[in-house]
Write a protein that binds this ligand. Structure first.
Ligand code: GLA
Length: 690
């Protein structure tokens, strides 16, 4: 008998993956004022440097650092042998310097001795290849051995520092899933089967949900169910989708296990840094966020993205949408220059550090933090930017960091305020994105993130605030709800979306939305099954376009990627196809529903067509921008009890104007009724109450 490559060789049963409902908590306040700081890895430096670090942190106004994120092996130097001395010293030094600590459970990077003693804790890829040591997140979430070692260390750490007054926050692990998002080993398979029992009940229900009659794949015993392994073939879409959900829950259960240990010893708030951006993420963040005391995000702009400020805005709007009360969240990591993981890592342009950081604050972050405080001379990330770069305090970056520190201090009164109530929302769902981008599909290279961003872009450029919300959101407060390529949708969610036009709002659904249910089964009777009645239009045939193929629209636009044959029932055609097989058929439809409307977009539209629709939607719904401003100026408002702060970010190389009045908290200048925002600059006006 040959040994299975997925066999872990671990004694004991798999970790049981179950996620209890979250216990709601009030929003956490982490610092006195907006948080400012970054990951601090003092273990990479000799003791003398630490004094200088604290001195420079104080000079910059740093009030929170993420400490010990990767310091498991530096503390627990051999199994059960712990050297706390250096950590004790730096905790004390920071405390004396008045700098708050986000203390990390360092489980993202297991020590080398642990991986050497237990190589079986490493994740196994779909083709049976076990990840070798040397990276991060080198563990399988179903491994009982990893869980035991990790919780033992977390317990020791929490016992020691849980009540230390400098510990303002617990930072559990680091970017869960950023290296071990899926493991396909036998233990994971075992944990998956238990998880399926909880989700579906019996085996018959699993078979029914996944449609296993196809290819005669009906499961007669639980042991026959395996993770979607192998490189070839096409896994059952229901199995695939459930494995993705399970994998997200498996990582979440590790987070929750560490959190529970920490909370036995500490009353400080607990969070973990997410990687929220556009598109389907590695885990389903909508299910993670409610388990955090403050949602925290890592966001890095991409040098080659010409609309990187919009990407930033999308991520921030999505962070705000994670909690129904749109409470402040925290930008936990960003960069002062470029990270080292892009293909060409370019420095930021002058002014970008502040503009990007304050862009997050404008959209609800109660601070701006970076990876990392001081650049590492050695190790994998030696060319990553930092608050204190390799050239030290003589650098432009350092001067801009000092300036950002002053700006955040000047914005103190913004802390705790909420971003103005958005009247538009875009629905985003990680599982729907996973389903769209995987398996045998009518088009196998559609990008969920690109679809989402294109509709968001149209609102962003008009300064129309938009929450990016999960399907669990309450859609009642929105006048406009957009649903881009939401391939899978659970019926209760679809029902709440269908209710939007019925109560006078506008619903816009784009192609491939509502085609499948939450198990990935096609809803029959004509696409898009979940929405065709409310849309008054339906599709029976898809015509995805070949790579260089285009189709003309009768509004002057040119379609790439996707078209389909739409049949009207009681909707009207707003834009039609003007060339190709579908010439003369509707491309964009609208059905009036009482005072509301339901739109269907059957094509991957070009930006100019999206813009024309956005103008019409704006007029129909009466959406108003946060401020009337020149092109290239982003305007967002945060409001508190009787206070109002207008953020104006100029993303152009020339001075720009906006219609607004108030006192610029950053410079002390007063403006009325026009404010000039310097090229690449930011103003934050405390608006005069009317
Ligand atoms: C992530 C990680 C950090 C660091 C940065 C580099 O966000 O959390 O530890 O590796 O990337 O950009």
């Amino acid at each position: 008998m040959t040994a299975s490559p997925w066999h872990s060789g671990e004694p004991g049963s798999a970790v049981r993956v179950s996620v209890p409902p979250p216990s709601p908590r009030p929003p956490a306040r982490l610092a006195d004022g907006l948080a400012f700081g970054g990951d601090y890895n003092p273990e990479q430096w000799p003791r003398e440097v630490w004094d200088e670090d604290v001195k420079l942190m104080r000079e910059a106004g740093v009030n929170l650092v993420s400490l010990g994120v990767f310091a498991w092996g530096t503390v627990e130097t051999a199994a059960g042998v712990r050297d706390w001395s250096w950590l004790d010293d730096i905790v004390e030094l920071l405390h004396q310097g008045g700098i708050g600590i986000g203390l990390a459970t360092p489980t993202a990077a297991p020590p080398s001795w642990l991986l050497a003693a237990h190589p079986e804790i490493a994740p196994v890829l779909a083709d049976g290849f076990r990840e070798p040591p040397g990276g991060r997140l080198a563990w399988c979430a179903a491994s009982p051995v990893f869980r035991r070692y990790a919780l033992r260390h977390v317990e020791a750490l929490a016992e020691r520092y849980g009540r230390h007054p400098a510990v303002r926050l617990w930072h559990i692990g680091n970017e869960f899933g950023g290296g071990n998002a899926r493991c396909y080993c036998d233990l994971s398979a075992e944990a998956f089967r238990d998880w399926l029992r909880d989700r579906h009940g019996g085996l018959d229900a699993v078979n029914a949900a996944w449609g296993t009659q196809q290819w005669g794949h009906r499961f007669g015993a639980w042991e026959e169910i395996l993770p979607p392994r192998g490189r070839h073939g096409a896994p059952n879409p229901g199995l695939y989708l459930d494995y993705e959900r399970f994998s997200s829950d498996a990582l979440l259960s590790q987070y929750l296990a560490e959190k529970a240990v920490v909370e036995r010893h500490s009353a400080a708030p607990v969070t973990t840094n997410l990687m929220v951006g556009a598109g389907a993420q590695v885990v389903d963040y909508a299910t993670w966020a409610p388990h955090t005391a403050i949602a925290a995000n890592d966001h890095y702009t991409l040098v080659d993205d010409p609309l990187r400020e919009q990407d930033l805005a999308f991520a921030a709007d999505r962070m705000r949408g994670l909690f129904p009360d749109r409470r402040p969240w925290l930008l936990m990591e960003s960069s002062t220059g470029s990270p080292s993981w892009q293909r060409r890592n370019r420095a930021k342009d002058p002014g970008e550090i502040a503009r990007h950081s304050l862009g997050h604050v404008a959209r609800g972050s109660d601070g701006a933090m970076f990876f990392q405080w001081r650049a590492s001379p050695a190790g994998a990330e030696q060319f990553h930017s930092a608050m204190l770069p390799h050239s030290g305090s003589r650098s432009r970056v350092w001067r801009e960091v000092l300036e950002l520190g002053r700006s955040l201090k000047a914005l103190r009164e913004v802390q705790g305020t909420r971003v103005e109530r958005a009247r538009a929302a875009i629905v985003v769902d990680d599982p729907a994105g996973w389903a769209l981008q995987h398996g045998l599909k009518p088009h196998r290279s559609l990008s969920y993130g690109r679809e989402l961003r294109e509709w968001h872009r149209a609102l962003w450029q008009r300064n129309l605030l938009c929450d990016v919300v999960p399907p669990s959101a309450d859609f009642d407060g929105y006048d406009l709800v957009m649903v881009p390529t939401l391939l899978t949708v659970a019926e209760p969610v679809a029902a709440r979306l269908r209710a939007v036009p019925e109560r006078g709002g506008t619903l816009l659904v784009t192609y491939l939305s509502g085609v499948c249910d939450a198990d990935g089964r096609v809803i029959t009777g004509g696409f898009p099954g979940a929405f065709r009645e409310v849309l008054g239009a339906w599709t029976d045939e898809f015509y995805p376009l070949q790579e260089h193929e285009t189709v003309a629209l009768d509004d002057g636009g040119t379609v790439t990627e996707w078209t389909e044959r739409v049949h009207l029932e009681d909707a009207e055609s707003i834009v039609g196809y003007a060339s190709g097989t579908l010439a003369g058929a509707p491309a964009v439809t609208r059905r009036p529903v009482g005072d509301g409307a339901a739109w269907y977009v059957s094509a991957h539209l070009p930006p100019d067509s999206i813009d024309r629709i956005a103008d019409r939607l704006t007029a129909e719904t009466g959406l108003v921008p946060a401020a009337e401003a020149d092109p290239g100026v982003e305007a967002v408002r945060r409001v508190g009890d009787g206070s109002s702060f207008l953020f104006l970010l100029n993303h152009t190389d020339a001075d720009r104007n906006a219609e607004a009045s108030g006192l610029d908290l950053l410079t002390g200048e007063a403006f009325d009724p026009i404010v000039t925002i310097p090229a690449n600059g930011v103003r934050v006006l405390r608006e005069t109450p009317v």
